[in-house]
Ligand binder design. Sequence first.
Ligand SMILES: [Zn+2]
Length: 298
Amino acid sequence: MLRTRIAPTPSGYLHHGNALSFLATAALARAAEGSLGLRIDDLDKARRRRVYLDDLFESLTWLGIRPDRGPRNSEDFLQHHSQHLRLSRYRQWLDQLAETGQVYACSCSRRQIRERSPDGRYPGTCRERGLPLDRPGLAWRVRVPETRRVTFAEWRQGERQIDLYQAMGDFVVKQKNGLPAYQIASLADDLDAGINFIVRGEDLRPSTAAQVFLAGLLNAPAFGRALFWHHPLLLDRHGGKLSKSEGAEALFNLRRCGPVPTGWYRQVGDWLGLNVSGSGLPELIQMLKPLVPELQRL
Ligand SMILES: [Zn+2]
């Protein structure tokens, strides 16, 4: 059975782009008669705020999305589902990477990396320095072989290959503050929840490759067998990526004005190659049914 999830970060108010991604994920889960989960990525505790959590649950209700699994409200999330309750799980994996010599410690600041590497990719400065992994205040980076290609299955497109070294370089798996990096926590959460279909924006394709690579190092090949769909991104007026906002694109502002705009369903339909009228989620689900046999077989 298809198992998917929506995975927001409560570090700002949700915007129009988040809503479309959630609607697409929910419509695909329902069309394939799969299971939809909610998992909230709150590793960055400093930016997590209760109002953002409340905004998330209110937005899901407004969008008509009722996940089958995961927290039911902010209180339930904080008590039973926060990623800070799973740190020992993430640590296990970091230890496993350390024991097998896959990671090294790095003391570089962002500024130092920028100075040495115009494209922002880590230049490998600390690779052979042998800094002690247990020294506090150092990040851990995973060694990515320079010739490494990572492959995964992209829904409706077949196999996709990414040059991981080119895309990410030696990426961080443990932050300087001791917390696991996004790639580790996200992978552990998805694997432990048995996720086999992941919908995310196309800006996260390099992250997908990083996580498939990590899953291989951690002997968790199930993740590499998952199916992925990276949808197009909505751009702001200036052609940039939409960011968490308090402005006109913020869902809390739009919720006050009435129901979900019909244009949003048409936009999701466009991504999926469907010509929908925009009447709502049920229409989208109905029209998706002939497109999802591959998802039904998961
Ligand atoms: Zn370094």
